[in-house]
Design a protein around this ligand. Structure first.
Ligand SMILES: [Zn+2]
Length: 288
């Protein structure tokens, strides 16, 4: 989808003249070409060492969630290029730590990105953040901070952004929390949410199927109460092999084991690809 059509669609959706459309009034876009029903969806958890980079491919719709650290931009671009049809429909930057947005500027420069969602205001002043901000502003995509919203891509695929507040002192707690529903299968992407955000999120948590474990499997996330409520069948941990933080922590692995959650890990399994069919069957492939 060319940028012209993206802009035209955005203007149509908000029913205002283009000249008076501020960023706050813009509505995230959906594919202009319908995706055939029963198209499966693939979720790729890329092995980018200590960091997160997740790619979602559904027909001609694609979303990238985080892009690893500063050295991971090319890895992400090389991996996703064969899958991206036209625009990259969404880039989600869960929060402004380098292991999530380090490669995001490279992705923004490499692709025409139609929509950007991130954690909004920040006290960050790092060079990595400044580079991301410069690339975000140059992109002229439709931009939304992570307020509560539902993005319906089509009858089979919906994303819910769940706002738990943006004023936590720890940047990790300000992460975008994204719940994807494809047919009857739910995946939760909570960025690096830790204890405080988890407490706010707990009443809003649904029974899900797959959990992208928050904060690389740190013991400061994934409380017993949260895992008991989410009831995931599968969990994916994105962490660097022998990373300096000891992620994933034994406490988190014990909690997941207690609830019989099947765990995949990028540090041990490499790239992890989960494919969900419209009958809700889930298949997994790993490649180191
Ligand atoms: Zn992180």
């Amino acid at each position: 989808m060319k940028k012209f059509y993206t802009a035209l669609l955005a203007c149509t959706l908000v029913l205002t003249a283009c000249s008076s459309t501020s960023k706050d009034q813009q509505t995230p876009t959906t594919p202009t070409v319908p995706i055939p029903s029963a198209t499966p969806i693939s979720v790729h958890f890329l092995n980018v060492g200590q960091g997160d980079a997740i790619f979602i491919d559904y027909g001609t719709f694609e979303m990238q969630i985080d892009a690893g650290d500063n050295s991971s931009g090319d890895t992400v671009i090389d991996y996703i290029t064969p899958f991206v049809d036209g625009d990259l429909d969404y880039l989600v930057a869960t929060h402004m730590d380098a292991d999530h947005i380090g490669g995001a500027d490279d992705v923004l420069y490499a692709f025409n990105v139609a929509n950007i969602i991130d954690s909004g205001e920040t006290n960050k002043t790092t060079q990595t953040y400044e580079r991301y901000l410069t690339a975000r502003e140059a992109e002229k995509a439709i931009y939304k901070p992570d307020e509560d919203m539902t993005i319906k891509i089509d009858d089979d695929l919906t994303f819910r952004v769940i706002d738990t507040g943006d004023n936590f002192s720890d940047e990790n707690d300000n992460s975008v929390i994204l719940e994807m529903t494809y047919c009857d299968t739910k995946i939760l992407f909570p960025g690096d949410m830790e204890t405080k955000a988890e407490e706010s999120f707990l009443p809003l948590a649904n029974d899900i199927d797959i959990l992208k474990v928050a904060h690389h499997g740190s013991r400061t996330s994934s409380s017993d109460a949260l895992i008991a409520k989410l009831k995931p069948d599968y969990a994916v941990i994105s962490a660097g092999l022998n990373n300096q933080y000891g992620h994933p922590h034994a406490e988190t692995l014990d909690t997941l084991k207690k609830y019989n959650v099947k765990v995949y890990r990028t540090d041990l399994d490499g790239n992890i690809v989960c494919t969900i069919a419209s009958d809700n069957s889930i298949s997994w492939k790993t490649q180191y």
